[in-house]
Design a protein around this ligand. Structure first.
Ligand code: NCD
Ligand code: ZN
Length: 345
């Protein structure tokens, strides 16, 4: 197959930041996707509907002229989140979910929830008002090995949470392990998951073998090959619980190529191309449309996009960096060739 036309896709997990980074990255996402769930881990985090609506305005103002891209906002859950704010989200047209970061799990997560059980009254309200809870599923205690943190989170926190709140709508974000795939498969239809392009295409060798490559470092960290295989199988299975969420997370090149480099891969420049490569590798290009364009919208209770997009087998080389006024961002696959190209709409 040399050409693939699918319904316009959405990105159900995206970081765009603010200011000059936002201005640099938003055009990439607006070309690739109709909508995206915008992560709230700014400094300070986006914790109220009011702040989210201001942030949404900033994103809309940064879009290329004529773009119909729609940012779908999410709030950052903290120990101070009120039931009232949850009710507000349930009624808000442009805010769609809460994001739970265990405190200290990842970039800008200091304000996250330290004691998940203390937040149970909030989960009860989300369950009642049908507000989705998006979860960064990793424990953060220093004694746990970084490669085990997702599995331990599932065993020690997530299973309890889903038992306690059986109707709570949950998206387990950026799955990285076989155990996480099995957990989501076994859970009710109210529990779904996103999968990133890097976790479908790479295992941990990409970061560590033959030299240390910081642009492949993200959280949750890439795992062993058998986990990648399981993720690829889940994404290409046609099971509507698994859908697209890039977790594209721009950091300045200097913050990644650093003795203490930031976590996050920038993939918005070529998101669909990267997914197409992974699906082609699994011999399952026919399953890309459901994963990229249908199941996420269905889960969030939003209409599927009416437009369509076309990918063509037309190799192109990813730039070494995207450069703005005084910033540079190194994208995933910088300087390398991609097999697929998304055509302009
Ligand atoms: C994300 C970021 O940079 O904001 N980083 C990452 O490695 N994925 C945060 C996150 O989603 O964990
Ligand atoms: Zn993220």
């Amino acid at each position: 197959m040399d050409k693939l036309t699918i319904g316009q896709a959405d990105d159900w997990h995206l970081h765009v930041r603010t200011g000059s980074i936002l201005k640099m990255v938003i055009g990439h996402t607006a070309k690739q996707f109709g909508r995206a769930i915008i992560m709230p881990n700014l400094k300070p985090p986006v914790t109220t509907v009011e702040q989210a609506l201001l942030y949404r305005q900033e994103i809309l103002a940064a879009l290329p002229q004529g773009s119909a891209f729609q940012p779908l906002m999410a709030l950052y859950l903290t120990a101070n989140t009120s039931v009232d704010e949850i009710k507000k989200v349930a009624d808000a047209e442009h805010v769609h979910a809460f994001k739970l970061y265990p405190a200290g799990a990842t970039t800008n997560s200091d304000a996250g929830v330290a004691d998940i059980e203390a937040a149970y009254p909030l989960f009860a309200a989300m369950e009642k008002y049908r507000v989705p809870l998006l979860i960064h599923g990793e424990v953060t205690d220093a004694e746990h090995d970084i490669f085990d943190r997702e599995k331990i989170f599932i065993d020690s926190k997530l299973s309890k949470l889903t038992q306690q709140f059986p109707a709570l709508r949950i998206v387990v974000e950026h799955l990285t392990t076989q155990e996480a795939v099995q957990f989501v498969e076994a859970a009710g239809a109210n529990v779904a998951a996103t999968i990133t392009p890097q976790h479908l295409l790479y295992n941990r060798n990409a970061i560590l073998a033959g030299g240390i490559r910081p642009h492949y470092y993200c959280l949750p960290i890439l795992k062993r090959e058998h986990h990648r295989q399981t993720l690829l199988k889940a994404a290409t299975s046609g099971n509507p619980k698994f859908f697209l969420g890039t977790d594209s997370a721009p950091h300045l090149t200097g913050m990644k190529e650093n003795s203490c480099g930031c976590a996050g891969c920038y993939s918005a420049h070529a998101a669909l191309e990267l997914y197409a490569e992974a699906f082609e590798q699994a011999g399952a290009l026919d399953k890309l449309e459901g994963f990229a364009s249908f199941y996420g919208a269905d889960f969030y209770g939003l209409p599927r996009n009416s437009a369509s997009v076309t990918l063509e087998k037309q190799p192109w080389t990813v730039p070494e960096a995207y450069v703005g006024d005084d910033i540079a961002i190194t994208p995933l696959r910088a300087g390398e060739e991609l097999r697929w190209r998304l055509l302009a709409a």
